[in-house]
Design a protein around this ligand. Structure first.
Ligand code: 5GP
Length: 182
């Protein structure tokens, strides 16, 4: 098993580059069929999804557009709770076939809070594709249409995902080593 050290923690290989690439190609194949003749707009959620989105997009053979957005959350008033804003969402989603690309869905909270903002723009359809899904960690159920890998509730890095800024460049996905789980 290969390990990497990022800051103070050790991570063990979990998904090889080949395994990831195969899955990404498989997901793209499904989307090519589902969106044939529909010109979908992909919205990739930064930072983590940049690598997944880039690899997936290369496998698309249909006409498709892509935008990258960043989600920022801040505390609103007591009654509004946490507020999510999308930075860089300039496209008009009205009547569009929209596909959200996520690197990982953990508790589901981020998308749960963000989805109403998208629905507000009345897209023709809205699907969610995530490379990784920690099903056991779900606290906010959201409708995910395609999952690359369903993974255990352990912290992962690599292939766009970071630990405190590091690890995004790794081609593989790594899991936090048992000894470093607090
Ligand atoms: P949520 O709990 O809202 O579904 O997940 C929000 C965000 O937490 C994800 O988009 C991702 O940025 C981060 N996250 C959740 N689990 C992990 C993980 O195992 N590794 C890394 N690097 N980020 C994670």
């Amino acid at each position: 098993m290969t390990t990497v050290k990022l800051h103070d923690k050790t991570f063990d290989t979990y998904l090889s580059s080949e395994t990831i690439q195969q899955k990404v190609a498989e997901l793209a194949g499904i989307l090519n069929k589902e969106y044939a003749d529909r010109r979908p707009l992909f919205i990739a959620i930064l930072n983590g999804s940049f690598m997944f989105a880039s690899d997936l997009f290369k496998h698309l053979t249909i006409d498709a557009e892509i935008s990258f957005i960043k989600l920022a959350s801040y505390r609103g008033t007591k009654s509004t709770g946490r507020i999510i804003t999308a930075i860089g969402l300039e496209d008009d989603l009205f009547d569009r076939d929209v596909v959200i690309l996520e690197d990982i869905v953990d508790t589901g909270r981020t998308l749960h809070e963000f989805l109403p903002k998208l629905h507000h723009q009345q897209p023709k359809s809205l699907k969610i594709v995530t490379l990784l899904h920690k099903a056991e960690a779900t606290q906010f159920p959201i409708p995910i249409d395609h999952v690359g890998f369903s993974i255990p509730d352990k912290f992962v890095v690599g292939y766009g995902l970071d630990y405190d800024g590091l690890g995004r460049n790794l081609k593989e996905i790594y899991q936090l080593a048992e000894k470093d789980i607090e």
